[in-house]
Design a protein around this ligand. Structure first.
Ligand code: SAM
Length: 283
């Protein structure tokens, strides 16, 4: 009888609180022949906490393409392999895409073992709309790149979710305000599931002030969420919006709205409402 292929299990692990690992994840990690880990030392600590002594293989951004071939060989030889990352769900801003794709192409079954994921954990506690959301991964390191990355997000995609680092968050908030206006509602979710878990709500300026009030607040892991485009903004065209934003940097609100309407032949009232939202001014 032909030997059965082994499977690739994509196993989510905790993003902080070790109690968040599922029973199914533990059983899978106990039963597989190999565990492919982003950082074998980091995963070694989780495994020893769980009392599991499994053979680990390093699979990270720099060796994934080549390592995938040897993992697939193992599966084709009937061995079962689990893929884990340092935290959360593999492939989500983490290695694994190439391996999963190659497994698919080679006819190796891929079995997801779901669990923690920072973006979903953040979103479900943010109090921002969840019917539609758009994850853009890590915000880019340089300000201009970051502004372009944010400006490319189309209107109407719902809540925007980004990963960011403690080192860059204050600059990122400035870029968010430059692209979406400083009136846009944001939520910064920090250290989720850990001792210093905190969700801070407000505009870019308000959250920056909160961060600046205590240097410890600028530490740790964080997810930044941006509320969806307000209704008034989705009523005007992308071209009107960018002209309006530009004119608002030089002119009073009423004048900027009137000139934008003149330039594009748009409705002054709708533009005026958007200008109020962008600047946070009231009528
Ligand atoms: N695969 C992971 C997942 O499922 O969320 C994400 C890995 S990515 C390399 C790491 C980033 O996720 C961090 O820089 C941070 O933006 C976010 N993150 C991970 N753990 C977090 C936590 N406990 N609290 C807040 N953000 C977290």
């Amino acid at each position: 009888m032909a030997k059965q292929n082994g499977f690739l299990y994509v196993v989510a692990t905790p993003i902080g609180n070790l109690d968040d690992i599922s029973q199914r994840a533990i059983t899978t990690l106990q039963q597989v022949d190999w565990i492919a880990a982003e950082d074998t030392r980091h995963t070694g600590r989780l495994l020893s906490h769980l009392g599991i002594s499994a053979k680990t293989i390093a699979l990270h951004d720099h060796n994934e393409k080549q390592r995938a071939a040897s993992i697939i060989q193992k599966c084709l030889a009937g061995e079962h392999v689990a893929l884990v990352s340092d935290a959360g769900t593999p492939l989500i801003s983490d290695p694994g895409y190439s391996l999963v794709r190659q497994c698919r192409d080679a006819g190796v079954r891929v079995i997801p073992v779901p669990g923690p994921c920072a973006l979903i954990t953040a979103l479900c506690a943010a109090g921002l709309p969840t019917d539609k959301f758009h994850f853009i991964g890590f915000l880019l390191p340089k300000s201009q790149q970051r502004q372009n990355q944010l400006a490319e997000v189309p209107a109407g995609v719902g809540t925007i979710i980004c990963y960011d680092t403690a080192r860059r968050i204050k600059d990122s908030l400035q870029d968010v305000a430059a692209v979406f206006g400083d009136a846009r509602e944001l939520v910064l979710a920090k250290e989720l599931t850990k001792t210093f878990e905190h969700l801070e709500y407000g505009t870019a300026t308000q959250i920056s002030a909160w961060l600046e009030a205590d240097p410890q607040r600028c530490q740790g892991e964080m997810v930044l969420m941006i509320a969806p485009t307000p209704k008034a903004e989705s009523d005007i065209s992308e071209a009107e919006l960018s002209t309006l934003k530009l004119l608002l940097t030089e002119l009073p609100l009423k004048k900027a709205a009137a000139l934008t309407a003149q330039i594009h032949g748009g409705k002054k009232n709708a533009l005026y409402k958007v200008a109020l939202q962008l600047t946070g001014e009231t009528e």
